[in-house]
Design a protein around this ligand. Structure first.
Ligand code: BGC
Length: 789
């Protein structure tokens, strides 16, 4: 047992039931309650930079937080496949938290990218759970090495923004285990996060935070989580049930709204006092762990330099006909307003007030000096993405008058944010029109993309090169200049597939689902698991990314060791420049009695090599690398037989193969998947092991009805209008002057907030009893037929 846990237990032993219950909810938006001997601490966002609001309490001014380094978003960090780098970034984040007296950083986010249109994919690492879990673990280790906690989020199956507070994710147990839980499992086992954050959504009919199976049996007893579980902000539904489930801390506090209910539950015996004690101990344990000596101010310059290095390491060179690295000569036209007004982070709770922001254009000019002439045309409106005829004409003229063109495009901030999903995977029309105009005027064009998630690129064969720079953080502009000029290499490999068309995504037909339910009918066929199994090539496959040098693979060998294999392969830099390669090891079950994706990533390593240098890379495969989740046995089982080890430079660029034999006595129960990659009703019911649940109807209203749902009733409309007015006033939205993305996020929060969330939004002023009364009145005054929409 930790010393801090023992100390917390001693403190809790001396507290009254009332005082223990008080500890189970936050003091305000960002701090915990204190007890004698254990102070209150601050927990705050997260994930790729510290967002410590300057005014806590009654304002949601996302833009007004203490200056902090805005590191590349998880989309870029995940593409680095570099655990050492992520640890380093984590250390820097931890130092900044410590300097600001923040005890726990709310992140990293490690939900899976089920569909690239998910509004928060920029905050998540990958479509693959193995990669996501290891990247998250590295970041956690780094932050926590500084005596600051992390909160891996959002546990679990929170893979979209649409109705995230009330949606019920219907998912079969095998997929849930093999994809959506695995990342959390890896991060918990590898890095022992201090805390975990439960998501808003339900899974198979149960709120995650009220599921004892999810919060205790799986998380603590199986994965070995030994920290504190907190709610996402406002993800409190039935607090006594959540305490029993193992969800220790309600955030933010709701002004004691739930204390009576918890006390009543203890009195009536539906909740044991021991459960309350356990949660109270975990709250104080976390507070005591966070008591580390003052470390002085953070070194923002050093962190800016690290952010620049990390952005280059996470940028992915998608195509290159040899134009890159650019020759620093002649006339280079820079086109695209993002060159001056960069997109470098996403919107929502992760919004960082950067210490400074490097735009690409001035740094590119500086780097070239007198060696080349740089011209510039904005080409489109940075805010809307729209391009006028004049802007297109000007861009065309700049392009044809130049030797080479650097064209920056991507997604304007209003298109991707926490709170809502993208409606299309295409770039805005203005950007596509600009790409067409510029590449026609001058094919020697390098397209650089700044966006938080995969896009479709029907224009991809037009430019001479495409660099995916993602949302690269505050130093991203300098990193792009470094990569284009060859000062740094494009170190990234895609952590997500870029489909040819949106319909190619197997999840697309069930994304983002209906009003109350989303069905994961694609099962295991997410990302490359779909593309490779279905023979539907991605435009840019998972793991893909070009280098400025080239690599050779040789001598793959696999030696049995322990319950798995130790795999070695020699990688040689066969080119003329130093560079790094991401060695990827996939496993394919040669013959399987149950459905399995064509191959799955089971190990990777990033190696840096000088020209001509070789290195023997060792990769470890444990038994789990060959296993499937057997629903009948409720365990990871391995089917005896041959497995093919595929080592390569991407999920489709396999350089070395080897068959190994795996011994096993396990007998697998039958497990059928979606034959055509999207389950029919019958197939989905078979995967679930029961009939597909009927989606919750809109009527009668319940505490889970959203404010948007209420507006089908005239009385509801009046109530919602009043609530909106009050919320706008309370959160000072008029003065906060949110940008487009934030405005969109607040609009969707107000539309999608469940009735029970009113308590949180009103700081406990609208009690649960009033919320229940409201629901009753609305049901009495709303004819049932209006629920059909
Ligand atoms: C987000 C979390 C975030 C929290 C606090 C929630 O709406 O989902 O990721 O940590 O707010 O800002």
């Amino acid at each position: 047992m930790r010393d801090t846990t023992a100390a917390a237990e001693r403190i809790v032993a001396g507290l009254s039931l009332d005082d223990k219950i008080r500890l189970l909810s936050g003091k305000d938006l960002w701090t915990t309650e204190e007890a004698p001997g254990a102070p209150s601490i601050m927990v705050t966002d997260g994930p790729h930079g510290l967002r410590k609001q300057l005014a806590t309490g009654d304002t949601l001014e996302l833009g007004k937080s203490a200056p902090a380094t805005c590191f590349p978003t998880a989309a870029a960090l995940g593409s680095s496949w570099d655990t050492e780098l992520l640890e380093e970034v984590g250390e820097a984040l931890g130092r900044e938290c410590r300097a600001e007296n923040v005890g726990v950083l709310l992140g990293p986010g490690l939900n899976l990218k089920r569909h690239a249109a998910g509004g928060r994919t920029f905050e998540y690492f990958s479509e693959d759970p193995f990669l996501s879990g290891h990247m998250a673990a590295a970041l956690v280790k780094g932050v926590q090495s500084q005596g600051v906690g992390t909160s891996i989020k959002h546990y679990v199956a929170n893979n979209q923004e649409h109705r995230r507070m009330t949606i019920d994710t219907i998912i079969d147990e095998r997929t849930f285990r093999e994809l959506y839980l695995t990342g959390f499992e890896i991060a918990v086992r590898e890095s022992k996060p201090w805390t975990i954050m439960s998501s808003y959504n339900l899974v198979n009919g149960e709120h995650v935070g009220e599921s004892r199976t999810l919060m205790t049996t799986i998380l603590r007893e199986e994965f070995g989580f030994d920290g504190l579980a907190m709610t996402d902000w406002g993800a409190t539904y039935d607090r006594p049930a959540a305490v029993h489930a193992g969800l220790d801390l309600e955030m933010p506090g709701s002004n004691g709204s739930w204390d009576e209910a918890v006390k009543d539950a203890v009195a009536s015996g539906t909740l044991s006092e021991a459960d309350v004690d356990l949660a109270a101990v975990r709250v104080l344990d976390m507070a005591l762990r966070a008591q580390v000596p003052d470390a002085g101010p953070a070194d923002f310059d050093a962190h800016h330099a690290l952010a620049r290095r990390a952005a280059a390491a996470g940028s992915v060179l998608l195509t290159n006909d040899g134009i890159l690295p650019l020759k620093p000569k002649g006339t280079i036209a820079v086109i695209g307003a993002f060159a001056e007004a960069p997109r470098y982070q996403g919107a929502g709770s992760s919004l960082v007030t950067a210490t400074k922001v490097d735009a690409f254009l001035p740094l590119f000019r500086d780097a070239l000096g007198a060696k080349a002439t740089v011209t510039y045309a904005p080409g489109y409106d940075a805010r809307t993405g729209a391009a006028t005829k004049e802007q297109l004409d000007e861009a065309r003229a700049a392009a044809s008058g130049a030797d080479t063109v650097v064209l920056l495009v991507g997604l304007p901030s209003a298109l991707e944010s926490e709170g809502f999903d993208r409606t299309t995977l295409r770039l805005p029309d203005g950007h596509e029109a600009l790409i067409a105009a510029v590449t026609e005027a001058n094919p020697k064009t390098v397209v650089v993309m700044l966006n938080g998630g995969a896009v479709v690129t029907p224009w991809a064969d037009k430019p001479a090169a495409i660099l995916e720079a993602y949302l690269g953080g505050q130093a991203g502009g300098g990193a792009i200049a470094d990569v284009l000029l060859g000062v740094a290499e494009p170190g990234g490999r895609l952590a997500e597939s870029f489909p040819v068309a949106q319909q190619d995504v197997a999840a697309d037909r069930n994304f983002p689902g209906g009003l109350t339910q989303v069905e994961y009918r694609e099962g295991l066929y997410v990302g490359y698991r779909f593309h490779d199994s279905a023979g539907v090539p991605a435009r840019f496959p998972f793991g893909h990314g070009l280098s400025y040098t080239s690599f050779g693979y040789s001598g793959l060998s696999a030696r049995k060791s322990g319950d798995g294999y130790t795999v070695t392969v020699t990688v040689t830099n066969t080119g003329k420049r130093a560079g790094s390669e991401v060695v990827q090891l996939y496993v394919r079950d040669v013959e399987s009695t149950v459905y399995r994706p064509a191959k799955e990533l089971r190990a990777f390593a990033k190696v840096a090599l000088a020209p001509g240098e070789s290195q023997k890379v060792t990769l470890r495969l444990d038994r789990r690398a060959f296993a499937v989740w057997d629903v009948a046995a409720h365990a990871w089982l391995v089917e005896v037989g041959e497995f093919e080890l595929l080592v390569g430079s991407s999920s489709v660029d396999i350089r070395e193969r080897k068959i190994v034999k795996v011994a096993s006595d396990d007998v697998l129960a039958p497990s059928a998947g979606p034959v055509d990659f999207v389950a029919t009703d019958e197939e989905f019911a078979a995967m679930l092991g029961h009939a597909i649940p009927t989606a919750r109807p809109v009527l009668p209203f319940t505490l889970d009805s959203t404010l948007g749902d209420l507006t089908i009733s005239p009385v509801g409309r009046r109530v919602v209008a009043a609530v909106k007015k009050q919320v706008e006033k309370q959160f000072n939205l008029a003065d906060a002057a949110p940008d487009d993305a934030q405005a969109g996020m607040f609009a969707s929060i107000l539309e999608e907030l469940p009735v029970r969330g009113l308590s949180m939004m009103s700081d406990g002023k609208v009690s649960l009893t009033s919320a229940k009364r409201l629901v009753r009145i609305l049901n009495l005054t709303t004819p049932k037929a209006w629920g059909k929409r």
